[in-house]
Design a protein around this ligand. Sequence first.
Ligand SMILES: *[C@@H]1O[C@H](CO)[C@@H](O)[C@H](O)[C@H]1NC(C)=O
Ligand SMILES: *[C@@H]1O[C@H](CO)[C@@H](O)[C@H](O)[C@H]1NC(C)=O
Length: 491
Amino acid sequence: MIAVRRRFTGQFITILALLLLWHFFSPWELSIQRRNELLNTNIDTTTFSVGAAPSNPAGASQDTGQKRDDIERKLGDSERAFLELVGGQSTPSSLAHGDAVKSIYNIRTREDWLDLIESQDDHGLLALTKITQRYIYEKQHPSECGTQRYLILNKFPGDDAFGLGAIVQRISDYLSVAIQTNSILLYATDVSPGEHFISEDRTGWCGRSLDCVFQELSNCTSKAQHGLSSNTQSIFSDGQLDLDVEAFLRKHKYPIPLVFEEALKKIQPDITGEMLKYWWRAQASAYIMRFNHDTSRRLKQFRLGEDTKQLGIQWDVNGDPNQVDVPFPLPEGTISMHVRHGDKGSEMRLVPFNDYVVRAEKFTAENPLGSWKRGFLSTEDPNVIEQMKTMARITPFSYSGSNSRWTWYWTDIPRLNTGPETQLREFGNRTDLTIKWMLQLVMAIECDAFIGTRGSGWNRLIDSLRCTWLASCKQPFLEVGFEDDWVGYGP
Ligand SMILES: *[C@@H]1O[C@H](CO)[C@@H](O)[C@H](O)[C@H]1NC(C)=O
Ligand SMILES: *[C@@H]1O[C@H](CO)[C@@H](O)[C@H](O)[C@H]1NC(C)=O
């Protein structure tokens, strides 16, 4: 009876979500179409306000439809000061890889993140990471809050259906706008972007915002964070700026702050637009996702086997699998494989697990002195875990690597081969499940080689974080999808 009622409730929620999606997206699509028509007939588009949604006639009468969809591209003093730093002396690491990994599990204050990044070798990080992370941090942490302008970001329409990678990617667009408009980005507190990742019992100071699991975006708050209407995606706290942020984002698609674009062009004049976008999203993710003290502590409990099991198997010479402990951190040379299945089939070609192992076999065969067949496997597909448990090696294989059989490590987290929301609904405490997923990210970046497909947002996150939190950017990433999968992704 209860099960039936639950299923009914589930269906009801799905239908409601679809209706909401339609409600929110369809007027936008109409707006975009109308914008395009206007563009085609050469009418000045700046007078057409996309922000004044037809569903909000009250707002429309205030919004006189004069908002701009562009930002003046100019550099101020702080931007020029940043550009002066480009090309400065690089510093080697002052922290061994294993200790750097451990410090992600021992975060206390927000300064710990800057210290961690500062202690890495510049050459192993994504270009300009140290100065960029500090620049974003300082923009978001001014010495005085009263005179600042804030950009408040509301929940995205239908974002309950999004994975964490997609949410963070969208937030990074708004972080870019904030930086370019001299504003500080904050989450709305009544309903917040990605609130479905946070347990319903979190009603304290952070509401149900990502500030509950990550370091706060800023050490300032604003009254404007409260009371946003659900059809306002974002607002500036002072109402002074006549920028229509959503129209700007639609127009520019991949906004990287001008200051960083100029900085990258200083060191790499022929850098491509796709690379600028990918670089920015990596830096923004690294900033947005800095775990807070509670998350880091919980992460460490899970990592050390409290409330969740870390599992490992190794085959003996008779070909029998034996359980082994999972070292902390993972041994040097471990290969991370993130197998993205789940709901992703609707968007991209799913790569069978076998292909990942074949790719890894080939890599170890090409690098026999330097590699050992140890793999850390993450996936939302329980079948992949079952397959792994029986996979000692790929046979027949025409060449052989360093050792014949694999050692596998994985975490015993609840898995369902579906999208994120179904899992969050099924498995109890949302915050805990979110942290278990983030543990999969961190364990992946504990590794030294990466097999995956950048067509998946989660794999792009792994790629981004290994290059910004840890100096593993020059370690091999072996693509099992198409090699240019990272180009042209995302809205
Ligand atoms: C915010 O943090 C920065 C850097 O940690 C600090 O210098 C500043 O005084 C803080 N601002 C406020 C208003 O607490
Ligand atoms: C859910 O998990 C979070 C993070 O571990 C914890 O703080 C919270 O108390 C948990 N809530 C419940 C109801 O267990």
